[in-house]
Write a protein that binds this ligand. Structure first.
Ligand SMILES: Cc1ncc(C[n+]2csc(CCOP(=O)(O)OP(=O)(O)O)c2C)c(N)n1
Ligand SMILES: CC(=O)[C@@H](O)[C@H](O)COP(=O)(O)O
Ligand SMILES: [Mg+2]
Length: 626
């Protein structure tokens, strides 16, 4: 008996074992129910959406044809794995996805034995699956291994490293290439163009035909569509309609016992079965809520302030108007990084490189070598993918690349894989690099202009979300390098005297806490070079310094302040506040900041707790000479 009214079949299954007991002729009807359940649930609670409508049949077919969890399925990115979660005991909790304490945004080993590998960052699935296949060989275990990677994911260089190696090892594994001709934006690359020409030649009216390939390609390849993959040692099958359940299951049954590396090319539609999402897979990639009948999004309340992303996008267009040397680069995050207008107005200076952060960084370095002014718009967490390129290709050569680091700090619902939790730590140790963190939109514009004016590499890191609504100067004045500013003086003669050295968005909760403590607040502005003069002045005038950053405490900006004090043998007590030495889960940004003690109440609590310790009185007295 189904446990959910209106879902006669979906309510009958909780696990793949129960699925595999169903009559095969019921599967298409089950797919319809799953799609309806996704629309109704995600219309209410939001999350990643269009990609999940595209993997309903694939998820069913995989768990039907393979003996999961003994056979391993590795989903790339995992934003399209909600149907997989529904079929593996988590359907009832789908409405908690990405919420504090709820289902994880992507696949997570700790959440389910069916989640064979933790994902969130793209293009890792083939490597992980290859590892599992190699392990089965070493352990002489009979198990099948499948990687499911999208056409966007396949633009990540790591995917090709894995294909090349797995082909070399002749591993028994299957790669399913889920080709819907979409990344978050339209997909890019020569492989994409080849696929579009192939669809056109085969008369497959998938989305691919919607966009002409960007460049003429060797037609010969079309007679042998899998040539590239076969060069890597994978036997190519397809293309197969990824929504045709019988055809898909027949093909999987055929391939599942094949020896050696196999690649199955599926053609799917992102947003399949929900017309508004099919028509606008970009707009429905990630959503908050929508009307499950019309697809309409709730009316947006006008925001009190623009998002930092919008501030950056507008600044970049303004910079490009003034300077023809300015070029913009994104690794497949046009919308998320605020580059839509720039891409439309300056198409010849806009580079979407695909999900290829390493390439994005070194492309920028190459552009800078030739005298252009590259602005690399990249999420903090995704720059981790291009870290060696940042050091080796940009910083060592001291090339003037400006990194616009969006999603700095806690991002919220995307959780541990996506928080920009480490950039202040991983950036400030790099020689030649200037690192700035703005406390509001005007500061953000000024820092971006400062970075653009430098003849060395620089990074401006700003949070996901809106600014403060502060007025922005039409012509952002560049800042004096390495200089912070006092944004609140102490009014009384309270003892012990406290100074809060805040970085970026943390200036605002610091100011609120300072009102209660009557503390001095400094907006440090620069994480590198730090304003050593300001730090030492504050150390001299106060009995306790507090540093606050939404970055890992270890190695973060506060550590830099400690280094300045130590170098000057300044023994003023210091309290460093930042993210703990653990991965922060998913939830709203506000919930997570509070969880980490980085909201006003948390900062206040931490300082008041420190003020209660006896040593501060001695410090204060010794400073007064009493
Ligand atoms: C390293 C990395 N860069 C960027 C992203 C952001 N991102 C998430 S999904 C996605 C597009 C994935 O496209 P595809 O693999 O084709 O999946 P689809 O959404 O089309 O199903 C991108 C760019 C990411 N998750 N990881
Ligand atoms: C799955 C993925 O990596 C992206 O969809 C990411 O979730 C986008 O993050 P924002 O919503 O912060 O742009
Ligand atoms: Mg895709």
């Amino acid at each position: 008996m189904s446990d959910i009214p209106g879902y006669a079949l979906l309510g009958l299954i909780r696990t793949p074992d129960e699925l595999r007991k169903m009559a095969v002729e019921d599967l298409p009807a089950l797919a319809v129910e799953m799609r309806r359940y996704l629309i109704e649930t995600l219309g209410r609670v939001g999350g990643h959406f269009a990609a999940n409508l595209g993997t309903v049949e694939l998820s069913l077919a995989l768990h039907w044809c393979f003996d999961t969890p003994r056979d391993r399925i590795v989903w790339d990115v995992g934003h399209q794995a909600y149907p997989h979660k529904m079929l593996t005991g988590r359907r009832e909790r789908l409405e908690t996805i990405r919420r504090l304490g709820g289902l994880a945004p992507f696949c997570l080993r700790a959440e389910s034995e069916y989640d064979t590998f933790g994902v969130g960052h793209s293009s890792t699935s083939i490597s992980a699956a290859a590892g599992m296949a190699a392990a089965a060989r070493v352990k002489q275990e009979q198990r099948r291994v499948v990687a499911v990677i999208g056409d966007g994911g396949m633009t990540g260089g790591m995917a090709f490293e894995a294909l090349n190696h797995a082909g070399h090892l002749k591993l028994d594994m299957l790669v399913i290439y889920n080709d819907n001709d979409m990344s978050i934006s339209e997909n890019v690359g020569a492989l994409r163009d080849h696929s579009a020409r192939l669809m056109k030649k085969l008369g497959i009216t998938a989305p691919h035909a919607a966009r002409e390939p960007q460049a003429e390609h060797n037609e010969a390849h079309l007679d042998h569509p899998g040539a590239m993959f076969e060069t890597f040692g994978f036997r190519y099958s397809g293309p197969v309609d990824g929504h045709d359940l019988p055809a898909l299951m027949a093909k999987l049954d055929e391939l599942k016992n094949a020896k050696g590396p196999q690649l199955l090319h599926l053609i799917t539609t992102k947003g399949k079965g929900f017309e508004p999402a099919e028509a606008d897979p970009i707009g429905y990639h990630g959503i908050t809520q929508f009307d499950p009948v019309t697809g309409a999004f709730p009316a947006k309340k006008p925001a009190a302030a623009p998002s930092y992303t919008q501030v950056f996008g507008q600044w970049l267009c303004q910079a490009a108007e003034r300077d023809p040397a300015v070029v913009g680069i994104t690794p497949a995050m046009r919308e998320g990084s605020g580059l839509v207008e720039f891409s439309q107005r300056f198409p010849e200076r806009y580079f979407d490189v695909g999900i290829a952060e390493q390439h994005a960084v070194t492309l920028a370095a190459g552009l800078a070598c030739e005298g252009l002014k590259p602005v690399c718009a990249i999420y903090s967490t995704f720059l981790q993918r291009g870290y060696d390129q940042l050091i080796h290709d940009v910083a060592i050569q001291n090339l003037p690349v400006l990194f616009a680091l969006d999603r700095g700090g806690l991002v919220g619902a995307d959780g541990a894989t996506h928080h920009g939790a480490f950039d202040l730590s991983y950036l400030r140790c790099i020689p030649n690099l200037v690192v700035m963190a703005p406390s509001d939109e005007n500061e953000c514009r000024r820092m971006l202009s400062t970075g653009l004016s430098l003849s060395q590499p620089s990074a401006v890191r700003y949070p996901r979300g809106n600014g403060t609504g502060v007025a922005c100067e039409a012509e952002p004045k560049p800042l004096s390098l390495g200089k912070g500013r006092i944004v609140r003086e102490a009014h009384g003669r309270r003892r012990p005297r406290v100074a809060i050295l805040a970085f970026g968005a943390m200036v605002h909760p610091a100011l609120e806490a300072a009102e209660i403590l009557d503390a001095v607040v400094a907006d440090m502005r620069f994480v590198k070079p730090l304003d050593a003069e300001l730090i030492l002045q504050l150390a001299n005038d106060n009995d306790l310094l507090v540093t606050v950053e939404d970055n890992a405490r270890i190695g973060g900006a506060g550590s830099g302040v400690n280094e300045v004090l130590l170098a000057q043998h300044q023994s003023v007590p210091v309290l460093n506040l930042g993210l703990p030495d653990q991965f922060v889960e998913h939830g709203t940004r506000e919930e997570l900041l509070a969880q980490c003690g980085l909201d006003t109440a948390g900062i206040l609590r931490a300082i008041q707790r420190r003020l209660r310790s006896r040593d501060l009185d001695e410090t204060a007295r010794s400073k007064r000479g009493t």
